[in-house]
Design a protein around this ligand. Structure first.
Ligand code: FES
Length: 360
């Protein structure tokens, strides 16, 4: 007779009822995930890493110096505001400023970028990382994993281990972060009343733009012609000329409707601002956004701005008859001086150039 092994004891089972829940002894143990190998944080060649670190630091210091030079150049190479920069000197000053600003900023960004590249390539471990997609929001366990990986990444970047690189990098970025604040200087000073005046004044002759030749009324002999003139003595002053350009238009007898000194259709003065009721002078700067009005159609007496097609009626105070310009071309009061040359009777009585909100 063979012995039958005893079943393990458990609760007594009644036929027709479900079998009892498995005990802890029956549950198979969950397979444990293999522990990933700890990544190597330091580069294998310590001497090479040290040299790379020093090179990175040197590049960051160079970026810092170039950033400081950028700010210095911006302040030192003054353009625009200075009264010593006139005419050709102003152009040279702009060239110098652009050269200094461009080269120093280029060196700063290049050194910063090269240093960062060497840092990543020679000081951080070369590890490929792939991340599985998962639903949002992240599970708490994933967040913990992220925190862990972030800390690990920070350690791998060597930021905490290499204070020399960290500090010089912060040093390198400081001037670039500061530069936009320095550029705010260009918001001032306020133009005050500069935009309302030009260099034209009583008795200042009008000379041709090309030959700088003063003109007598008889020199403009053909009705229908338009000539660009500038104030005498200002041919080298680019800043003055941006506002002082004027067009002279000669009309046949009876074509010009005088008085011509209108502002948006309203007569602003009863003076006759023309010469012989046949020659009139208007600002060459379009009142829309400031393009030079360069086209004149002599049969209709229309002055056309090529930028956005604003059209002004030269025979009627250069009032706007078409286009986006909001007001007439300002008229320069014109006269003839003691020697018989065309000259200004005064400055413009309205601001020239694009309208701005203060003008109402
Ligand atoms: Fe003349 Fe725009 S600048 S129409």
């Amino acid at each position: 007779m063979t012995d039958i092994p005893e079943e393990p004891s458990g609760p007594e089972r009644v036929i027709g009822t479900p079998s009892p829940a498995p005990t802890a002894v029956d549950v198979p143990a969950a397979p444990t995930a293999p522990t990933p190998p700890t990544p190597v944080l330091d580069p294998p060649d310590a001497a090479h890493a040290k040299r790379a670190e020093q090179l990175v630091a040197a590049l960051f210091v160079l970026a810092f110096l170039a950033g400081c030079a950028f700010i210095f150049s911006y302040i030192y190479f003054e353009v625009g505001q200075s009264t010593i920069h006139k005419g050709a000197n102003a152009v040279v000053a702009v060239l110098r400023s652009n050269m200094a600003l461009g080269s120093t900023l280029a060196v700063a960004l290049l050194a910063l970028g090269t240093g960062s590249m060497i840092w990543v390539r020679h000081l951080t471990p070369d590890i490929e990382i792939a991340e599985e997609r998962h639903d949002l929001p992240s599970e708490p366990v994933d967040r913990k994993a992220f925190q862990h990986e972030f800390a690990e990444g920070a350690a791998m970047s060597q930021l905490t281990k290499r204070p020399l690189v960290r500090r010089t990098m912060l040093l390198a970025t400081a001037p670039l972060a500061l530069a936009p604040l320095v550029l705010l200087r260009d918001l001032g000073p306020l133009p005050q009343t500069d935009l309302r005046h030009t260099v034209w004044r009583k008795g200042l002759r009008a000379v041709t733009l090309g030959g700088l030749r003063p003109l007598r009324p008889a020199d403009i002999d053909a009705p229908g012609s338009m000539i660009t003139v500038i104030p005498e003595g200002y041919s080298g002053d680019q800043e003055a000329l941006t506002k002082a350009g004027v067009i002279l238009i000669k009309f046949a007898p009876g074509e010009l409707h005088v008085p011509t000194n209108y502002n948006a259709g309203t007569l602003v003065s009863t003076m006759n601002w023309t010469v012989d009721k046949s020659i009139v002078a208007y600002s060459k700067i379009c009142t829309h956004v400031g393009c030079p009005v360069a086209l004149y159609e002599q049969t209709t007496h229309h002055i056309l701005c090529p930028c956005h097609q604003s059209t002004f009626d030269a025979a009627n105070g250069a009032n706007v008859i078409f286009g986006p310009a909001a007001r007439a071309l300002p008229q320069l009061p014109l006269t003839v001086d003691a020697d018989g040359y065309l000259a200004a009777a005064s400055d413009f009585t309205q601001p020239v150039g694009p309208s701005f909100w203060e003008r109402g």
